[in-house]
Each structure stands twice: as C-alpha cells, then as structure tokens.
Design a protein. Structure first.
Length: 127
C-alpha cells in the first residue's frame, strides 16, 4: 500500500498537481495498528480463516442448555415484496452456547431493533 501511495503521488506530481506528502512507512504501520483490530489485520495478511480465529463466537463456557445465548443480525441480500414495496429483510437469530442450536430467530423488513431482539427467543421451539 505504501508503494502504491508513493507511486500515485509521483504520478500526480509529474502531471503538475499538488499533492500532500506521503506518510512514512512507520506512520502507515502505526495507523493500521491503531485503526484495525487484530482480526482485521489477520484477514489482510492471511485471509478470512485467520480472521475467524479472532472471533468471540461461541467462546463462552459450555455450561448447560439455555444458560447462555448469543445473538446476531444479518442483512439478507434477497429482495422480498412487502405491501407492494421491495425490501431487503434482516434476520436475527439466537444460538445456545452449550448445544450450538438455534432456538429462535426473527425476520424483520427493517433494521433490527428491540422488536426483533424480543421476538427472536419466543419464535424458537420449546425445549
């Protein structure tokens, strides 16, 4: 990235444009360390599997069923016709940390809010 910034600045100067100085390599490294978390830096260096090793997904202790649940939201890239309008729905799901089962989920036509979070656990099957 630093080489590209230097080359781009040189091309712009050759064309007669005024460009700000390119930060040093050490400054660029420091900015990356400050702005990106370890998982993001691992993804840039090695790829997606390296980033996933830094996730906190299902790292909680496995106690007993329903002792702890994790929730997540996902913007689904499928258009749905709702009341004559095309929308991209959101899915909110809950995962039981002990069994890795999804005991509840909710689908909303808008960005998730309290309603999706409260509806998700009630929509699951009874254990």
């Amino acid at each position: 990235m630093h080489r590209d910034l230097v080359a781009e600045a040189a091309r712009a100067r050759a064309e007669g444009n005024q460009v700000p100085d390119v930060p040093s390599l050490a400054t660029l490294h420091r900015a990356i360390r400050l702005d990106l978390n370890p998982g993001q830096r691992a993804a840039l260096a090695v790829g997606e599997p390296a980033r996933r090793r830094h996730d906190v997904h299902l790292w909680r202790p496995r106690l007993w069923r329903n002792a702890c649940r994790e929730a997540d939201h996902k913007h689904v890239s499928v258009e749905v016709l709702l009341d004559g309008e095309l929308v991209f729905p959101w899915v909110t799901w809950f995962i039981d940390c002990a069994t890795e089962v999804i005991p509840g989920a909710a689908i909303t036509p808008h960005q998730p809010s309290r309603d999706a979070i409260l509806a998700g656990p009630r929509c699951g099957s009874r254990w």
